[in-house]
Write a protein that binds this ligand. Sequence first.
Ligand code: G3H
Length: 526
Amino acid sequence: MDVASSFPEPTGLVDLPPRVDAATYLCDGRVIPWSGETREVVSPIATRAGDAFEPVVLGREASLGEAEALAAVAAAERAWDDGFGDWPAASMAERVVAVERFASALEERAGAMAAMLMYEIGKSRDDSLKEVVRSVEYMRETVVELTRLDGAGVITGKKGSTTHYARELRRPIGVVLCVAPFNYPVNEFLTTVIPALVMGNVVIGKLPRFGMLANLVAAPAFAECFPPGAISLLPGDGRAVITPLMKATREKAGGEGRHAAIDVLAFIGTEGAANAILGYHPSPISLHKVLGLGSKNAAIVLPGADHHAVAAKVAGGALGFNGQRCTAEKIVFVPRSDAEAFVEVLAARVAERKVGMPWVDGVAITPLPEGPDKIATMRAYLDDAVQAGARIVHGGAAAHTLIQPAVLAGVDARMRIFHEEQFGPIVPVVAYDQLDEVVAWQRSSPFGQQAGIWGPRAEAAKLAHTMTSLVSRVNLNDVCQRGPDSFGFTATDKSGFGVLSLREALLTFSRPVLVQSTDVAAVSAP
Ligand code: G3H
């Protein structure tokens, strides 16, 4: 396949958003123009002249550092004020009004955010818009969930013959640092920021390297809807910004010394980065955390499965947003006697996925935001597997930031892709003789997010029982996925920590407080 020809001529760009040359960030309620060092923001989309690619420049990013990180901490400290600041002390109803205003403001900007997202991370036009719209819906559903949480009644318990009554309240925890990934830079950012804010916390958001400009489209709306210091948006190199934030301390009222500035870390990214970040915190015991890390979700095909139905679904699950989803299927296990036939069907489904620029109707495979280096990483996975005896059944042709999705057959334990998370458009297929081999693979994997089991209901249910000891969600004849958002999104082992969902996020970003008495009337009082 001539992948290079998918890139447009210099005149062929579509829906290019306005170039953002004035670098800004949000701190203390103001969108601040930045006059310091900047980095050029380059799209994975490029124009082509012959064999040469010219990446589209989208604007400039403020290279913030320690001073700006500490200014954000100081603003957050003032806004938090030991829980007595305007925002944490606001009533739930007042906070809900602010979030609803923000949701409407975001809705108005959805088109602009989606256009930027499409160029920043190469997500298809439809999926970029869906990401923003899904985030707006998530905010509105969060508010509904909050009213349910807030309506919890009085609980009772017995101590000897005495009845105790208690009302459980939720209180904010403090300063939350939210760090989002590039694959869902708007959705995964807002699904931590908004529940944290609505519970009365103050938030410092470190914007992802790719997807930063899309989030900054929302900066004026954040400034309008939330009080100064309640939310900061900081672009820049992760090490330069996150390290001082994690190390920072803040004053306690009454001068009882300083304590850690960050009370909660909501981080979605790699295990290595998470470990480094956690290591900087001055008081690990007081840090709450919710982490979404690496994954290697398996699609397990059982004897008797309908190959055509499974291949169609698994091709979509493994290659949605080019395989750059934490929930993507990243390895497929098939009974050895079925493997050859299944691989042919799977390759046919993968071959149907249109490769091209994200604005092309029906496009499925688009340029990768991590650039030509990521393409080299993908090619290295393929070469390593082929050298050890695997076969590329389909795909693998590449140019600049685009690679045709590949199906690899005959994958085994000698190959890196058997063990490692590829986070890209390669579907490795492993033939097994006994299901025990699949269970052994999962047991040896450092990851534990989800698995999909495909085949007859009774056999699938039996294996599901075993797999639930090893992963956090088993999908029966369905792809791995985060949604619906009312379901707990979690992982075990090195894939993550904590639970996010509409309800769980509200619990994650708040702490329980009891008001108890043996006098039921006392605890029932508003
Ligand atoms: O990258 C991880 C995302 O949360 C996955 O969400 O399964 O809805 O694509 P999704």
